[in-house]
Write a protein that binds this ligand. Structure first.
Ligand SMILES: [Cu+2]
Length: 439
């Protein structure tokens, strides 16, 4: 069973690599002879690195024009665009709103400088208040709130998420990473803007991003989070398993499901409740157990009861349409984190009922503890199976170890035999090495 799973996962990873989705590198380049700022801001494989040297003349200019510009370091954000013919670095008013826009905020966290038109702060006709996922009405993004809920921060509010970058002599140096960070390709056409840390937040310097071939480094994993699983049948052979390394393995247990006529393909989506106390799965009456669609980034996808959604229209804008194009960099942030089908594809009702792969923007698994998953008909929205999320325990002995394979489960004997074989092999290697040492 272990072999089956690992070979499935590695073939999924190979497929992911073969899809041309290996990480590139985005670089914003600052050249000393332009504005006295020299170095780069780079993004690759979920890592953000800043290495800039600011000349004495430039520091004096910044501080003489804006009191306390550099005392508490610089703030820095991804801005929506770079309205120039080149990505060269610029200074002061050349970094203004007409050239760089507001903060890039596809998850609708809605800080005061957001560029997202659906934020109340940016547009009269709009409605979304700051960091609404935390339940309040004002923007709340610092390192702590980002660590507790990544959807609380504007994706582009780097200094909110990681803290201001402080001058060390003339150097600004930073290296941080997160599984929720942008990929290089998300930054095509976007810019980085550094601001004074004074209350005015004066725009100091900026540059556009260039995207080039990068590394094959792995993206960061959700190291502090447990793998989460929702079982969908009584022998736990059907499950939705989301892992902290970004891999997923889904088996809806197709042979055990009774599909209504006209069901169409099957959708897999995350819901925000579980009220069935007697069991952790169901194949009927699901709609009374699962609550509403889990929608932390205010997408207003089908079933969302987010307070800013009105019959699936965000802020009651009638021509709003939820779109999820997960293969399109930048746009992939518009997919609801719980729209597994939107991200991974639907499941054919005539196939084997499984989906496995790698998600470079895996949902924050720490949010799933009280949540559930639903398997639904794409044509009728009927829910044909559901289950509640729990921590996935790889050592558990009650459920079987069938991980999305179409083979039969019930592999406990196999597993113990496998483990005994390993231990026997280890002992033999140990004895052999003693033998070699002696003779
Ligand atoms: Cu900014």
């Amino acid at each position: 069973m272990f072999k089956t799973f690992s070979s499935l996962v590695s073939s999924a990873l190979i497929a992911y690599t073969a899809n041309g989705q290996t990480e590139s590198m985005a670089t914003a380049t600052f050249m000393n002879d332009r504005n006295g700022v020299d170095g780069t801001v780079t993004v690759a494989s979920g890592m953000l690195e800043i290495s800039l040297e600011v000349s004495n003349e430039t520091l004096e200019l910044l501080n003489s024009n804006s009191a306390d510009c550099t005392t508490n370091g610089f703030k820095y954000h991804i801005h929506e665009f770079y309205n120039y013919n080149s990505t060269y670095d610029r200074f002061y008013s050349e970094c203004g709103g007409s050239y760089t826009g507001g903060h890039w905020d596809p998850w609708l966290a809605c800080g005061s400088a957001t560029g997202n038109d659906y934020c109340l702060s940016s547009n009269d006709g709009s409605c979304v208040t700051g960091s609404s996922v935390l339940g309040g009405t004002s923007y709340d993004c610092d390192t702590d709130s980002f660590n507790s809920n990544p959807y609380a921060c504007e994706v582009g509010d780097w200094s909110g998420k990681y803290g201001a970058v402080m001058l060390d002599g003339n150097m600004l140096t930073l290296s941080v990473s997160s599984p929720y960070e942008v990929s290089a390709e998300d930054l095509v056409g976007l810019s980085v803007v550094f601001h004074c840390s004074n209350s005015a937040g004066t725009r100091a310097f900026c540059a556009g991003f260039d995207v080039t071939d990068g590394t094959d480094d792995d993206r960061p994993t959700q190291t502090d989070n447990n793998d989460m699983v929702a079982y969908l049948n009584d022998d736990s052979s059907a499950m939705v398993l989301l892992s902290n390394d970004g891999t997923y393995s889904i088996d809806v247990g197709l042979s055990g499901l009774t599909l209504p006529t006209g069901c169409g393909d099957l959708l897999v989506r995350i819901y925000n409740d579980w009220t069935l106390t007697t069991d952790n799965y169901a194949t009927s009456e699901c709609d009374s157990y699962i609550g509403d669609f889990y929608d932390p980034t205010v997408t207003c996808a089908y079933g969302s009861d987010n307070e800013f959604c009105f019959d699936n229209n965000l802020c009651n804008v009638t021509n709003y349409n939820y779109t999820c194009d997960f293969n399109e960099y930048g746009d992939r942030f518009l997919c609801a984190p719980g729209d597994l089908t939107g991200k991974y594809g639907s499941i054919s009702s005539t196939g084997d009922g499984t989906l496995i792969g790698y998600d470079p923007l895996m949902i924050d698994l720490s949010q799933l503890a009280d949540l559930s998953v639903a398997v639904q008909c794409s044509e009728t929205w009927e829910t044909v199976a559901c289950g509640s999320f729990q921590q996935y325990n790889t050592m558990e002995t009650t459920g079987n170890m069938n991980m999305g394979s179409t083979e039969n489960g019930g592999g406990n004997e196999d597993d113990s035999a496998f483990s005994i074989t390993i231990q026997f092999g280890t002992i033999m290697v140990f004895l052999f090495s003693i033998f070699v040492t002696i003779f």
